[in-house]
Design a protein around this ligand. Structure first.
Ligand code: ADP
Length: 407
């Protein structure tokens, strides 16, 4: 790895830390996407967010679909601009526990963002993710750009630590092929698929209210079964959905007796079940051991964004999970250590299941505590950005000096 690449990585690592900070208080982050446009992805995103909020969850809805961000219209917020506070974007409240932010609220015309080039889109997604002040949330629903190209890829990578993706499809064979691509896209990204929703499956007759199967339905369900992925449910075509959506009202508000609303409520219940069950499993992962697994968990005290000389006196620590084989950081977080009392910070580092600790300086007691528990302590570490120090270490190129400060 040359120095320029390490510098770029270090810049990105700093931004990753800011993103981790911005998203740090969000329990579950869900990406909603589809193999192509027009299948009802935004309708699902908006109504999922509203339904979760109606169920008492604290919810954020983020729209990063460059192909005509439609969330402002669907949520009755067309033309609204967010306020700024302390250099942060304040999302627009829809209700007491639902806040909304869309790329469409930052561009002038609905079509402006479509013509942006890749790096600009990437920068816009990063900024939206980094600069929106969500605060504490139970759920963040992300309306992703459609397809399996660079745009949804950037979103999935930038968001870090997503709970998973919901794939929206239509029942016809062509859409099912798109979903097959969407599922392999998630597999490549190691992104769990929360499940598949088959939208526009059957038609609700406006006269009798019965669901009529005008096309073959069940394609999405068949594919989900084949792939061993949860099928979240079918949402019928309901002319009322278009009508209320056009009027800027999420249809879930419309009528509790409509079969579409009932179907959607059952879908939301399954989403919550899937996401919360997966989160419980994730809370007790097997610890990764240095040398044994491919992931090295590194920690370092920070001072001004670089490795600090003072292990016991840093206000924050960076944690980097580094895929040694792939030579890439898979997770970067910034956390606040417990108050400085004897042994409290080494204990915290051990609880965090860290393999390697980098620091400019560390006291003899703390070092001994950590080393006894198998944490490798690298002192005299240079004062550089977190990812740079980890990358150099993994390459066997990290030059260390004296244990600079051990108070
Ligand atoms: P996407 O985000 O995938 O491009 P949208 O959510 O914008 O798709 O939906 C496309 C159009 O289809 C919108 O006019 C929307 O109101 C309509 N629509 C979505 N789902 C349904 C449904 N189940 N019944 C009727 N119309 C629907």
């Amino acid at each position: 790895m040359n120095d320029q690449r390490i510098d770029q990585n270090a810049d990105q690592a700093m931004e990753d830390l800011q993103i981790a900070k911005a998203l740090g208080k969000i329990k579950h982050k869900i990406l909603v996407f589809s193999g192509k446009g027009g299948v009802g992805k935004s309708t699902v995103s908006a109504n999922l967010a509203v339904a979760l909020a109606l169920g008492g969850k604290r919810v954020g809805l983020l729209d990063v679909d460059f192909h005509g961000p439609s969330i402002p219209k669907l949520m009755g917020m067309a033309g609204r601009r967010p306020d700024m506070r302390d250099d942060k974007i304040v999302p627009i409240p829809f209700s007491e526990n639902l806040q909304v932010m869309s790329l469409g609220m930052l561009v002038d015309g609905a079509d402006d963002a479509v013509i942006w080039r890749g790096p600009m889109k990437n920068g816009a997604i990063r900024q939206l993710v980094k600069d929106v002040a969500w605060g504490e949330l139970d759920y963040l629903i992300v309306d992703s750009p459609p397809g399996t190209g660079d745009e949804p890829l950037s979103v999935a990578q930038i968001m870090q630590d997503l709970s998973g993706a919901i794939v929206v499809t239509q029942p016809q064979q062509l859409s099912v092929d798109d979903v097959r691509r969407s599922i392999s896209f998630c597999e490549k990204l190691n992104l769990p698929v929360i499940g598949v929703i088959e939208n526009m499956s059957g038609f609700i007759c406006p006269h009798c209210g019965e669901v009529v199967d005008i096309f073959k339905t069940g394609g999405g369900e068949e594919l989900a079964t084949q792939k061993g992925i949860p099928f979240l449910g079918k949402l019928p075509i309901d002319p009322a959905i278009v009508e209320v959506s056009d009027a800027g009202q999420p249809f879930i508000y419309h009528s509790s007796s409509s079969p579409a609303v009932k179907a959607f409520e059952a879908i939301v219940e399954r989403v919550v079940e899937q996401v919360e069950a997966a989160a419980t499993k994730k809370e007790s992962p097997a610890p990764s051991q240095a040398g044994e697994g491919a992931v090295l968990r590194c920690a370092m005290p920070l001072d001004g964004g670089v490795v600090s000389a003072h292990f016991g006196h840093a206000r924050s620590f960076a944690f980097v999970d580094y895929d040694v084989k792939g030579q890439v950081a898979i997770k970067v977080e910034e956390k606040t250590p417990p108050p400085h009392e004897q042994g409290s910070i080494p204990r915290w580092i051990m609880e965090e299941k860290v393999n390697v600790l980098f620091t400019g300086g560390i006291g003899a007691m703390a070092r001994q505590m950590l080393e006894e528990k198998g944490v490798k302590v690298v002192s005299g570490s240079p004062q550089v950005e977190p990812l740079a120090v980890v990358a150099k270490y993994v390459q066997g190129e990290l030059e260390t000096g004296e244990n600079r400060c051990d108070h």
